[in-house]
Design a binder for this molecule. Structure first.
Ligand code: CA
Length: 239
């Protein structure tokens, strides 16, 4: 049974969420401040955290950073008001996997959470993908570049694996959203872009330390992304 932590200072929203999630069979803890959330972290593993960015005592982004550190395998979803859109990007960069704009439909939230939990670390599938110096092992959930481990967050890994599966092919935004995040929902575009940006940064960092080229992820305007297949030494060495 999945453990869910809700951090929300608006009692109405928090209690409604808690009751609905309990009704779905989740074990749920509701806290109304950042400091309570941090105390809760000591109490065991969390599978999923729903975090309101506007908390009375602690910056929501700082809380996400601490949550991510304490619970590397947890899925973290930001709950936010539309006016805090900038914070969403910062929150995603700090370690959140997804976000939901208030007001949201409960049915939509529940569908998202089910999808996230299904895709948790336990859902090992498929195989080992090799694209040039990049290797993505979907069973072990491990990626290496030039033999050096690429440390990725859950969704970054899923995104890289999905792109690697279709290496050299254009993969549409819709496909990436539905395969990595399940279903489409409003506002998800930013989630994808932030994760791509983070993925590119990590690949470049690792490529530098491994002394090889970073695999390029090309942006296809109005369509999606493509993970490029390196043309290889033969071409680099001239004809
Ligand atoms: Ca709030």
């Amino acid at each position: 049974m999945a453990e869910v932590l809700i951090v929300e200072d608006d009692r109405m929203i928090g209690e409604t969420l808690r009751d609905s999630l309990r009704g779905q069979g989740y074990r749920v803890r509701l806290v109304t401040s950042g400091s309570q959330a941090i105390q809760t972290l000591a109490g065991g593993t969390i599978d999923l955290a729903l975090v309101d960015l506007g908390l009375p005592d602690l910056d929501g982004v700082e809380l996400i950073r601490r949550l991510r550190e304490a619970q590397p395998a947890a899925v973290i979803v930001i709950l936010t008001a539309r006016r805090d859109e900038i914070d969403v990007v910062v929150g995603l960069e700090a370690g959140a996997d997804d976000y939901l704009m208030k007001p949201f439909r409960l049915a939509e939230l529940l569908a998202r959470l089910r999808a996230h939990l299904r895709r948790g670390p336990a859902a090992a599938q498929r195989a080992r993908l090799v694209v040039g110096q990049l290797e993505v092992d979907e069973v072990a959930r491990r990626a290496t570049l030039g033999g050096v481990a690429v440390e990725l967050r859950a969704k970054e890994f899923d995104l890289l694996a999905r792109l690697a599966m279709g290496a050299g092919e254009a993969v549409s935004r819709e496909t990436l959203m539905s395969d990595v995040w399940d279903a489409h929902w409003f506002g998800s575009t930013k989630t994808l872009d932030v994760h791509i940006a983070a993925l590119r940064r990590r690949l470049v960092e690792v490529a530098e330390s491994a002394g090889c080229l970073a695999p390029a992820i090309t942006t296809l305007r109005g369509h999606g992304y493509r993970l490029e297949v390196p043309t290889g030494d033969a071409v680099a060495g001239g004809r």
